[in-house]
Design a protein around this ligand. Structure first.
Ligand SMILES: [Zn+2]
Length: 246
């Protein structure tokens, strides 16, 4: 049995047995992990309120070699998402971002960039950034880190640098140059192409500060949704709930 202590963000928890919780958490060095928090549902739980979804914590756990699920020993709250949860849109946005990350992050796969993406986007919501640009940022970067969002800099077919207007072929899927493009390839408006560049180039708070117009953000979400559905074969559970409040 090896005791370990690491920074983590709680993705979600499930009630288990009478008094326990099964906790899914994301770590920078070990990717997604699962752990038992024994007694976490009892009133006098030593875990207190630190096991809420999207809380950033320091988590101590014990790992048994034969068991994929660890035993959680201690949880110290670093940052609660509670203030952002007072706002309905931000709260649903945070849930949606957590589901996006949970869907694409692999168990045991070291994924520091995915961890930082979740950390920075939830922190932007806490600091009062508008939800829509933060959601778009999280969606596009998650697809990028999962290797699903193709480069918008070079042609997916011939690798030549892309110029404006940007064209997208849903069948590849990928961005393609004028010569490789089939006649029915989508031409992407320049302000949408600029926003893709900004997402890839800027930290999330700076991207939100460029105040992209809502129409541009809606276009980017639709591009992300196409890529995600192509890959997963379905939409995320909280996608519709989020669409209802935005
Ligand atoms: Zn080409």
């Amino acid at each position: 049995m090896k005791p370990q202590r690491t920074e983590a963000i709680i993705l979600h928890t499930f009630p288990a047995r009478d008094r326990d919780k099964l906790v899914v958490f994301l770590t920078p060095e070990q990717g997604k992990r699962k752990g038992w928090a024994y007694g976490a549902r009892s009133l006098k739980s030593r875990f207190g309120a630190s096991l809420e979804p999207l809380a950033k914590v320091l988590i101590g756990f014990v790992e048994r070699e034969s068991d994929e699920v660890v035993r959680i020993e201690s949880v110290d709250l670093v940052r609660s998402l509670f203030p952002a949860q007072q706002d309905l849109i931000n709260s649903i946005a945070a849930t949606y971002i957590a589901e996006t990350v949970d869907t694409f992050a692999q168990s045991g796969d070291p994924s520091e960039l995915i961890y930082r993406l979740l950390d920075h986007t939830t922190s932007a919501l806490l600091e009062g950034a508008p939800a829509l640009p933060v959601i778009v940022y999280a969606e596009l970067w998650m697809l990028r880190l999962a290797g699903i969002l193709p480069s918008a800099r070079s042609c997916s077919e011939c690798d030549r640098p892309l110029t404006r207007p940007l064209r997208f072929d849903e069948r590849l899927p990928g961005f393609i140059c004028a010569e490789c493009a089939a006649r029915d390839a989508d031409v992407i408006a320049n302000d949408v192409a600029d926003a893709i560049d900004n997402v890839m180039r800027l930290p999330v708070a700076d991207f939100a500060q460029t105040q992209p117009p809502t129409e541009v953000l809606v276009e980017l979400r639709s591009l992300a949704a196409t890529l995600r559905r192509n890959f997963l074969g379905h939409e995320l559970k909280s996608f519709e709930i989020l669409a209802g409040v935005l």
